[in-house]
Design a protein around this ligand. Structure first.
Ligand code: INI
Length: 209
């Protein structure tokens, strides 16, 4: 028989916000059955959904080696990105001796050095930061596309996480907003991503090494 307008009972287990550790499991999730008119069938107990193992990196930077590759163009912004990345690594427990910063002239030079550092087997993750501003170059689209492609390629070719912390903006003001003013700090975000990925790779795809 169909029930009309029955509200789903509280799904307590499905609302848990805890971050599963790598290899952990989701909180138990359930699926209600519905009647033909779309309301919950309160007469039937909810079914359990599959409980797959979830792999997710934690945010502990201790014990990992990180390279930050930073370009000097627009340095008043790019150096803020380096500061943001260092701040994140410090907060996440990375060891000072395990973090190295490499400077290159412009963003176009980031991918090759990122590739070589990733190949070197000296780093668990490479963090690329730089600033490309549209107003300053008619080649904005080319440079941005090439830098983005090259940074992605460095990771794909080596299997080492190479993270993208490059600000691309139409104006100087927009770029400043992404370097610690209104819209966070892209260097901080990239370093946090690097820590998460270093943990994820260590506990999953690299765990046999
Ligand atoms: N490099 C940047 O990192 N940001 C820019 O905004 C930029 N502009 O505007 O031209 C820029 N150009 C230099 C480029 O990255 C190379 O260093 C140069 O072409 C030499 O290869």
């Amino acid at each position: 028989m169909e029930e009309r307008g029955v509200k789903p009972p509280q799904e307590k287990a499905a609302t848990g916000l805890r971050t599963p550790k790598s290899g952990g499991q989701l909180p138990v999730r359930t699926r209600f059955t519905y009647t033909r008119n779309g309301s919950v069938n309160a007469r039937k107990a909810p079914e359990r959904l599959l409980q797959p193992v979830i792999h997710e990196g934690n945010l502990n930077g201790q014990g990992f080696r990180f390279a930050i590759v930073a370009s000097r163009w627009n340095d008043f912004i790019s150096s803020r990105l380096v500061d943001g990345a260092l701040d994140a690594l410090e907060r996440l427990g990375a060891d000072q001796k395990q973090v190295e910063v490499f400077r290159v002239p412009g963003a176009f030079e980031l991918p090759l050095l990122a590739l070589r550092l990733a190949e070197s087997e000296k780093f668990d993750a490479v963090i690329c930061v730089g600033t490309i501003i549209r107003g300053q170059t008619p080649h904005f689209e080319y440079i941005t596309a090439e830098v983005t492609r090259g940074i992605g390629e460095a990771g794909l070719q080596t299997g080492v996480p190479v993270v993208y912390g490059v600000v691309t903006a139409d104006t100087v003001d927009q770029a400043i907003d992404r370097a610690g003013v209104k819209l966070g700090n892209k260097g901080f975000e990239a370093a946090t991503t690097a820590v998460e990925l270093a943990n994820l790779y260590k506990t999953t795809v690299n765990s046999e090494k």
